[in-house]
Ligand binder design. Structure first.
Ligand SMILES: [Zn+2]
Length: 279
């Protein structure tokens, strides 16, 4: 936010205040030295530049503290940044087989990137950078718009990342197509839950005249209302709960709006660029 071609109230306010929000991505580390990148956003280059711990160190001319990139899905806003990582010799990539198929057969990002650097792919569970990464394949019938095929199992995953040393864990769910009992078990006992806050309401994009599709049509449970994710978060006994992946149309981004107040009152945080979470 602001989206380059958007004149909605939130984008106008962001241009005025300078409080910009880049696209959703996160880096996680067990020791502050070796990092995993969770999704590769189109804003990756500026996100890296703003976070000194990812700066190359040591005597080598080239290098990165990022040991691997872990993908939750094959959507453009989570994968386009991979192209900006082409300057390294080898890219370690962790994603489901279904996501790898999307990025090979439907949107040939990996074959293209493979011409620039060697791609070493592995699936879940994975142990990397002192972290155990497990995935939950979430039920979805929404394939990415570029795909010619109906959605398949494994195209949207939630991640649970646990430190091998401290056992502290975080669940990363930037896409929330449904709230299920299996998901409840997956998040149970974690220290921090970072979750999809794309839309406030089912009809938010329709009301602004931006889309005819509803939030759930686009694969996102909305935050507000009955059956929304805020209702779900309220009943979860998890110390830190944080919304991420928030669309520029979402009223909870407006300071002191009823939507923002409802989220904060429920003890849920609204993520911001550069936010550090220590567990
Ligand atoms: Zn906007």
């Amino acid at each position: 936010m602001p989206q380059w071609n958007c004149n909605c109230p939130n984008c106008r306010a962001a241009r005025k205040s300078g409080n910009f929000l880049s696209q959703s991505s996160a880096a996680v580390s067990a020791d502050g030295k070796a990092w995993l990148l969770l999704n590769a956003s189109p804003d990756l280059v500026t996100q890296f530049a703003a976070f000194p711990l990812l700066t190359p160190r040591g005597r080598h001319l080239r290098g990165s503290a990022v040991q691997a990139v872990v993908l939750t899905d094959g959507e453009l806003d989570h994968t386009i940044g991979l192209l900006s990582l082409r300057e390294q010799k080898e890219l370690r990539l962790v994603c489901t087989r279904a996501v790898k198929t999307l990025l090979t057969a439907e949107f040939p990002l990996l074959p293209t990137l493979g011409k620039y650097c060697h791609i070493r792919h592995s699936v879940f569970p994975a142990t990397l950078a002192g972290l155990r990464v497990t995935a939950l394949e979430q039920p979805t019938d929404k394939a990415p718009p570029y795909s010619r095929r109906p959605a398949r199992r494994g195209e949207v995953a939630g991640l649970r990342l646990a430190s091998l040393k401290t056992r502290r864990s975080c669940v990363y769910l930037p896409g929330l197509p449904a709230i299920t009992p299996v998901l409840d078990r997956f998040v149970s006992g974690c220290d921090c839950l970072i979750v999809d806050g794309t839309f406030w309401s089912e009809t938010e994009m329709n009301a602004l005249g931006l889309s005819r599709r509803s939030a759930r049509d686009m694969g996102h449970v909305p935050v507000g209302g009955p059956g929304g994710s805020l209702e779900w978060l309220r009943r979860l006994d998890i110390p830190r709960k944080i919304y991420t992946h928030i669309n520029n149309s979402n009223p909870m981004l407006q300071k002191h709006s009823p939507a923002q107040r409802a989220v904060l009152r429920a003890g849920v945080e609204i993520s911001r660029d550069g936010q550090t979470i220590r567990l």
